[in-house]
Design a protein around this ligand. Sequence first.
Ligand code: NDP
Length: 808
Amino acid sequence: MSSSIMEKYESMEYGPAPEDASEVVKWLDAHGRAFGHYIDGKWTAVGAESFETKNPATGEVLAKVATASAEDVDAAVKAARAALPGWQALSGHQRARYLYALARQVQKHARKLAVLETLDNGKSIRESRDIDIPLVARHFYYHAGWAQLLGQLGVGGFDSEDSGFRGYAPVGVVGQIIPWNFPLLMFAWKVAPALAAGNTVVIKPAEYTPLTAILFAEIAEEIGLPAGVLNVVNGAGETGAAIVAHPDIDKIAFTGSTEVGRIIRKATANTTKKLSLELGGKSPFIVFDDADLDSAVEGLVDGIWFNQGQVCCAGSRLLVQERVAERLYEKIRARMETLRVGSPLDKAIDIGAIVDQVQYDRIAGLVKTGIAEGATCWQPDISLPERGLFFKPTLLTGVSPAATVAQEEIFGPVLVAMTFRTPAEAVELANNTTYGLAACVWSENINVALDVAAQVKAGVVWVNATNLFDAACGFGGYRESGYGREGGKEGMYEYLVPVLTHAPVEEKQILRLRPSDSAQDDKSSGGVGIDRTVKQYIGGKQARPDSGYSYPVFGRDGRLVGEAPLGNRKDVRNAVEAARGMSAKWSKTTAHGRAQVLYFLAENLSLRRAEIAAELAAFVGDAQALREVDVTIERTFAYAAWADKYEGSVHNPPMRMVTLAMKEAIGAVAVLAPDEAPLLGLMSLLLPAIAMGNTVVAVPSERAATLMGELYQVFDTSDLPGGVVNLVAGKAMELGKTLAEHDDIDAIWSFRDEAASAMVKAASIGNLKQVFSNDGHAVDWFDARQCEGRQFLRHATQVKNIWVPYGE
Ligand code: NDP
C-alpha cells in the first residue's frame, strides 16, 4: 500500500469506500433475523422448515427464512384467488395509484434495498444502487401507466380504446418463480406487469436471495396494497414445483435455467396454464475490425464482468474479426488488470462475490473443462479478498466453436473468445447456439451493424452498447432462451388474454365432423361424386406419400369422397426440410411482396370458388361450404392487408438510444388444422403465419384431407414460392407429434382437441418451441373477432429489440 500522497497520486490506487450497512443490519435484527411468508397480507411464523440465507462475500448467515410447503403455497393461491375480484373491480386509475405508490416507496427505500441486495447476493453496491434498484422503480412507474391506460375491466374485457388492449382481460392468478442474479429486478419485472393488468400474484424468490422480496412485501404492506394481491412464499425448487403444479393458478412466469424451464414446460403440458419462460443464453459479443476497440473493451466490462457474469444476457462469447483480434485481446488484458474484485459493499469495486459455493464450483469446473479442451486461459494478477466467493475475471482464447465453454452457459466472469473473418461468418458463429437471448454488435459502420443485428437470432441486440434495459423495451429470447417478453407493450400480453378465447367454454369440445352427421335440415349435395386421390404437397410439388398408402375420406353422408395420402415421419421430414429451406428467403421477401402473393391467392380462390365449395360441401353441407369459401377469401384479403401493416415500433428509453422493436417471423411453423371448418380453419392458421414471413408445414383436417387437392392448385397458380406452404395429410396426432419433436420447427399451432394441445406441448419440450393452441376450446372460425387479426399475427412474430445509440 502506498504511503505518501505523492505515491498515491502516482499509483492512482483507490482506498476502500464502504457503504454503510447499519440500517439494513438494524432491519434484520428488528426481525430477529427470521422471516416467514407474506400471505393474504399477513406474515407467517418461521417454523421448523427453514433455510439460511448468507452473505456470499463473507459467509455470514444473514437470516433464517421459512420454507413454504405445498400447504403454504395453497394458502397463498387461495388468498390470491379471493383477492382477484376486488382487485379487478378497481378502475385503471385506482390500480395505477397502487403501482405508483410502490414506485415512490422503492425510491424512498432505495439505499436500504440496494444494500440489502448487495449483502444477500454479493453484487457490487455500485450496481445495485445505480442499476438494479432504479430500474425496479422505473418498472413500477412504467406499469402504473399501463394500469391507468387499460381502464375499467368489464364483461367484455378492458374498456379503453387507447391502450390497444380493448377486449383483453387479466389472466387471473399468476405464479411466478425468479432467480437469484437480479433478485429484486426480476421481482419487479414479474410483479409490476401482472398487477397492472389486474392479476393477483404468488411469487417465489430464489433460495439464495429472498431478502429484498421480503422487504418489498413490507413496502406493499406500508402502502396498503389490498391483502392477497401480492403473496410472497419462500423456499427452494420444491416450493417452485408446488406453484407450478397448483391447479388454481392460471399462468406461470419463470426466469431461470433452461433445464428447469423444460421441467416446468413438461409439468404444465397437460394444463391450460399460460406460460412464459425467460431462460439462459450464450450471447455473442461481435467486434468488427472497424469498431472503436476501446469502447468495445468498456462494453465487455459491462457485458461479462457486470454482476460477476451472472447475467442471462451476458456477452459471454466474444467473436472478434481476425485482423484486430490480438490487438483487442491485448486491450482486454490491460483493462482486466485494472478491474477491482472485492467487498461488494465497497463503492469502488467492479466485481463482487459469486452468489454461492455451488455456482463458484460450477464456474471453476467449466474453466477447467475449457482448458482441457484446448483453450488458453488468462487471468490478471490482481488480489482477491482472503475469504468469500471471489472469482478472478477470466479470458479464454483459442476456443473452438464446438467446445463446451463456447456452447454452455458459464454464468460467471469468464469471457470466451474466438475469431471470424467475414460478416457472414460472424453471423454463422453468433447463431451457432441453441440459445437466442441477446447479442452485441460493435462496428462504426451502421450498415454492417444493422445488417448483422437483423440476422442474429436473438431477442435483444445492442449496437455499440451492452446490457441496457428499460421497462419500455421488451426483453426475452428466441429458441431455447425461452418465449414471451418482459417489459414494453409485448410484455403486457403475457398477463392478458383476449376475452373471447378466455370465456369459459362449458362444453370443452370441438365440433367434430361425423359421417353420421347426415344432413337432414341442411341438404347436402351428397358429395361431388368424384373419387379422387390427392397427394402430399411438399416444396411446391405434389408428392406421393412415403408409405405408398392412402386412406379413404368420407363425406358427411358416409359416401366415399376420395383418397388422401397417409403421411408418415419421412413425409414430415421432407416437408420440414422444404419449409426450412425456404424460410430465410420468404422472411426476407418484402412485406409488400408477401401482400401481393396473398392478394393473388385470394383472387384465385375467387376464381375457383364454385369448385372448392362443391368439394367442401361433401363435408360440411352446401350452406356452410359457400360461406366458408367466401369467408376464406375475405380472410385472405385481410391478411394481405395486414402483411405490410403489422409493424414494429420505436421506443425511447431514458438514454441517448432509440430501440427499434422489430417484428420478425418465427421461422418454420407447424399447423394442426381443425376438422370443423376444414378450409377456413386451415387457412385462418396458414395465412397469418405466411403473411408475417414464416413458412408452414400443415396437417389439414384428417377427415377432409382431399380438400388439399383444390388448395394446392390454387397455391400453384398464385406465385406462392414452393416450400412456403407444405401440406402433409394423415393421422393428425401422429404427424403432429413428429412435428412437435422436430428441432427444425420453431413453433407449433394446434387447433384441434384438448388431447392434441397437450400432446404438442409435451412433445415440443426438446427445443422449447412456442405453442399456440386452443387448449381444446371450441373456436368459431367464422367470427373474425375471434379468429383473425392481431392475436394471430402476434403469435406469428417475435419482437427483436435493437438498441441503437445516437450522438457522440
Ligand atoms: P434454477 O433454474 O434452478 O432456479 C431458478 C428458480 O427456479 C429458483 O427460484 C429455483 O428455486 C426455482 N426452481 C428450481 N427447481 C424448480 C422446479 N423444479 N420447479 C419450479 N421451480 C424451480 O437456476 P439455478 O439457481 O440452479 O442456477 C443454475 C444455472 O441456471 C446457472 O448456472 C445459470 O446457468 C442458469 N440461470 C439462468 C438464469 C437466467 O436469468 N437466465 C438465472 C439463474 C440461473 P431455488 O433458487 O430455491 O433453487
